[in-house]
Design a binder for this molecule. Structure first.
Ligand code: 5GP
Ligand code: MG
Ligand code: MG
Length: 183
């Protein structure tokens, strides 16, 4: 796909790369203060959180270990099914760990609520959530998310790790996907 073709698939740019980086710098400083002296494990939720994890973790002025989990609730559709499937589990034993789940976006909240319950049963010392984006109007369950980058309107967005049918993840900004692409 050429750059010009990609622009046709997008409407508004909601968050720019610069805004994302500035926000992650802020959140990293806050997290480092909150977890000072603690054994911190960052858990990225594949695949959407890859960019957030890479940029956030490199701004974190402390040591942290990293693990990944792959879950799926969407398929190629744009609406959450609420059915969560583990595609790749953690390699790490969570006992005694301070876990920070790193997410791209909280939409309905169904995936995270499932994940939080799952992690609690594995004996983590503490569990918190960092999400780059959140859609407050789309919430079906309330998620206690300690670190939020940006609240955005209830629209389907792509870029900075977020996909539609595995495309658009490599866009630098977060943009609204034009409805003609998926309707
Ligand atoms: P939730 O369970 O909170 O509804 O969302 C679960 C996952 O669906 C998110 O982690 C994300 O991967 C995907 N998702 C939710 N909203 C959007 C969106 O606006 N755009 C894209 N590309 N993915 C989304
Ligand atoms: Mg995600
Ligand atoms: Mg997706």
């Amino acid at each position: 796909m050429r750059a010009a073709d990609i622009q046709d698939d997008l409407t508004d740019i909601l968050v720019t790369e610069e805004e994302i980086h500035a926000k992650l710098e802020e959140l990293a400083a806050q997290v480092a203060t909150d977890y000072s002296g603690k054994d911190l494990l960052l858990v990225g939720v594949l695949k959407g959180a890859v960019m957030v994890m890479a940029d956030f973790s490199r701004r974190l002025p402390m040591n942290a270990s990293m693990d990944w989990m792959a879950v799926s609730s969407y398929g190629a559709s744009t609406k959450s099914s609420g059915v969560v499937q583990i595609r790749k589990d953690l390699d790490t034993d969570l006992h005694g760990k301070h876990v920070l789940i790193v997410e791209d976006i909280i939409d309905s909240g169904l995936t995270l609520s499932w994940l939080l319950e799952n992690f609690e049963s594995r004996g983590a010392e503490s569990i918190e959530v960092l999400a780059l984006l959140r859609k407050p109007e789309a919430a079906k369950v309330q998620i206690d998310c300690k670190y939020v980058g940006f609240d955005i309107p209830n629209e389907f967005v792509v870029g900075y790790g977020l996909d539609y049918a595995e495309s658009y993840r490599n866009l630098r900004d977060v943009a609204v996907l034009a409805p003609h692409v998926y309707s």
